[in-house]
Design a protein around this ligand. Structure first.
Ligand code: HEM
Ligand code: HEM
Length: 190
């Protein structure tokens, strides 16, 4: 008796599951907003009321949301899996994209956690606001440690932005320059 293996080659089978696509774009949008809000708020004068009444609390809230969405995306990835790599990628591009995705996940965890630690250790912090709830600041207050965490948060956020730029350029390269060669990675995420 011969067994027949049927492979699902439909367009849907090559796409990321819907839930992962939704989380990907929602979180991408929030991260762009977060970087803008972070840079805007630190440049603001302390006597502008919006700085501490709006920007700081919502920067913290959305930052923690990014962390939760990154956890959700990893759970979805483990449970639902992801489609096999795009057929237009060379073996070295597959390895590179895997490492870029790992770097993105690592930074999506590290940036909010260091931001949380920065607020927790700062003696003048107004607390870690999360959409109406003030989360406990679990770390001991220490302004010296806090200042180091502030710098770390800033450079990790810049690193996240740099990796995202490479990620976007790679997606656009395949979209625009490898047109017609096979399944384009961007359409797997749309
Ligand atoms: C993905 C999430 C996040 C991104 C991309 C991000 C990005 C940034 C950026 C670009 C700045 C400006 C840095 C500078 O030029 O000095 C900043 C500042 C800041 N962030 Fe975040 N952030 C995130 C999450 C968080 C979280 C979760 C918290 C706290 C719970 C937080 C707390 C702060 C604070 C307090 C500042 C003001 C600078 C300081 O006093 O440390 N951030 N953030
Ligand atoms: C803050 C912004 C972004 C972050 C943090 C981010 C993060 C990620 C991560 C972690 C993955 C891997 C998902 C997995 O397999 O578990 C991914 C996949 C993907 N992202 Fe993004 N992304 C961002 C923005 C964008 C933008 C703006 C584009 C398009 C121009 C894009 C295009 C894609 C594509 C096409 C894939 C699938 C790659 C493949 O099939 O190999 N992303 N993204």
């Amino acid at each position: 008796m011969t067994s027949m293996v049927t492979r699902d080659t439909s367009v849907e089978a090559k796409k990321y599951p819907l839930a992962m696509r939704v989380v990907h774009w929602l979180r991408a949008l929030i991260i762009f907003g977060m970087i803008w809000a972070g840079l805007t708020m630190v440049a603001m004068n302390d006597n502008v009321p919006a700085k501490f009444e709006l920007f700081y609390p919502y920067h913290k809230s959305f930052g923690i949301l990014v962390f939760l969405l990154a956890v959700t995306q990893l759970i979805l990835r483990t449970k639902g899996g992801v489609p096999p790599p795009s057929t237009i990628l060379t073996p070295s591009e597959i390895v590179l994209s895997r490492w870029l995705h790992r770097a993105l996940y690592a930074l999506m965890f590290a940036v909010p956690l260091v931001g949380y630690a920065r607020s927790s250790t700062y003696s003048q912090s107004d607390g870690v606001y999360f959409f109406g709830v003030t989360l406990p600041e679990l770390l001991p207050k220490d302004d010296h440690v806090s200042a180091m965490l502030q710098t770390t948060h800033k450079y990790l956020a810049y690193a996240l932005l740099a990796v995202v730029v490479i990620h976007v350029l790679a997606a656009l390269k395949h979209r625009l320059l490898d047109r017609g060669k096979g399944d384009d990675p961007l359409s797997r995420m749309l």
